[in-house]
Design a protein around this ligand. Structure first.
Ligand code: SF4
Ligand code: SF4
Length: 369
């Protein structure tokens, strides 16, 4: 007996697939499945988080609908994966946020914080909000650096703790093998697999969409734009923090300086990637997707796009009177992104990475590497 009906269905499908094994070369899910004869809830959540929803095993399956076996692995694992995010969320009281309208919550949070910052600036000095400011420290005329740093450090710290607690629960439930934390080779293998999105390719041919004659690599490409765009933006913020505290150099920086170069490259990635992912999402065959939770994916993608859009607009217009309102809007969007991170689609990357570490370790233990 499993905890939910979707895990019951996932168990049924994995039992059918374990007898068939036709798809074992497509991705990591089937080899991991073949290492088991029975499936606990944790095993099924582990397999669900290894799946990249490429759709290849549905297209290739001789038992997919209308066959009476009704085998639909991508959709079943998509639903199980989404339910796993809520099952491991911390604190559990917020688990329901995964099921609600994430975009409305995120936009409300973003606009509320932007309005708070605008109100704060107007209350102090209306001239500052709509004035033209230049040179180091210009951003902190709107809001003092210590207030900005305190607000965002506290928000990021909360997000990190909530994410860490969720991952810890997932890690334990999928059955952490002995010695896994010190297994550097498996960790390195998982970093490489995640960095290449190795299993997001339908066994080498690409992902399946509703209107395409053939599978394509576009989903993988836009994931790369998004992932590396996010990483570059994170690097830009980290370098700027080091500049501020180690070298007493205050933002904004000139266009050629490292934080701006990294942020611009990352910003482009976070414009192209999310737009492409949204386009691919609309083209997906509904039979492969967990349609009830599409809103969760869309909310995260839209917030990433808005983070980049407001950041790039701020970069282009920082020498104008629009700087104050744009900075308030950008900070509001970043705040909303941070605060919703542990309860939205952001967690999928982390859970997938943990599942890949486990998979690499299992493969090594079985002598497959
Ligand atoms: S998805 Fe279908 S073809 Fe692939 S292993 Fe399962 S039952 Fe076999
Ligand atoms: S949808 Fe793709 S990644 Fe998921 S189990 Fe099927 S082949 Fe593997």
């Amino acid at each position: 007996m499993h905890g939910t009906s979707i895990l019951e269905e996932a168990d049924r499908l994995m039992t059918v697939c374990n007898s068939c094994r036709y798809c074992e070369g497509l991705c990591a899910v089937f080899p991991a499945m073949e290492m088991r004869r029975s499936f606990s809830d944790g095993d099924l959540n582990y397999l669900a988080n290894l799946c990249h929803a490429c759709g290849a095993c549905y297209t290739d399956c001789q038992f997919s609908p209308p066959h009476e076996f009704n085998v639909n692995v991508p959709k079943t694992l998509a639903v199980a994966r989404h339910e796993s995010y809520a099952a491991y969320a911390w604190p559990q009281a917020f688990a329901g946020l995964f099921a609600r309208n994430g975009l409305v919550i995120s936009l409300t949070a973003a606009l509320s914080v932007a309005a708070f910052i605008l109100g704060f600036a107007v209350f102090n000095d209306r001239q500052i909000l709509f004035g033209v400011h230049g040179g180091p420290g210009a951003f902190y005329k709107l809001m003092p650096h210590h207030a900005m740093a305190a607000l965002f450090s506290a928000t990021l710290l909360y997000a990190i703790v909530a994410l860490a607690m969720g991952v810890r629960a997932f890690w334990r439930d999928i059955g952490e093998p002995i010695g896994m934390k010190t297994d550097a080779a498996s960790l390195w293998q998982a970093i490489r697999d995640a960095g290449e999105l190795r299993y997001l390719d339908g066994g080498g041919v690409g992902c399946f969409n509703k209107d395409d004659d053939r599978p394509t690599d576009r989903r993988k490409l836009y994931h790369h734009f998004t992932f590396y765009g996010f990483a570059l933006c994170f690097a830009a913020t980290s370098v700027a923090t080091l500049y501020h505290y180690l070298f007493a150099r205050e933002a904004p920086y000139p266009w050629w300086d490292l934080p701006v170069v990294l942020g611009t490259l990352g910003g482009v990635g976070l414009l192209v990637g999310p737009v492409g992912l949204l386009a691919e999402k609309w083209k997906r065959d509904p039979v492969l997707a967990d349609e009830a939770r599409t809103g969760m994916d869309v909310a995260f993608i839209v917030m990433l796009f808005l983070t980049s859009l407001t950041g790039m607009a701020l970069l282009l217009m920082r020498q104008t009177a629009a700087m104050g309102p744009l900075l308030a809007l950008h900070l509001g969007v970043v705040f909303a992104l941070f605060i919703t991170m542990p309860y939205g689609k952001f967690v999928h990357g982390i859970y997938r990475f943990v599942a890949l570490v486990r998979y690499a370790q299992e493969r090594r233990a079985m002598g497959h590497v």
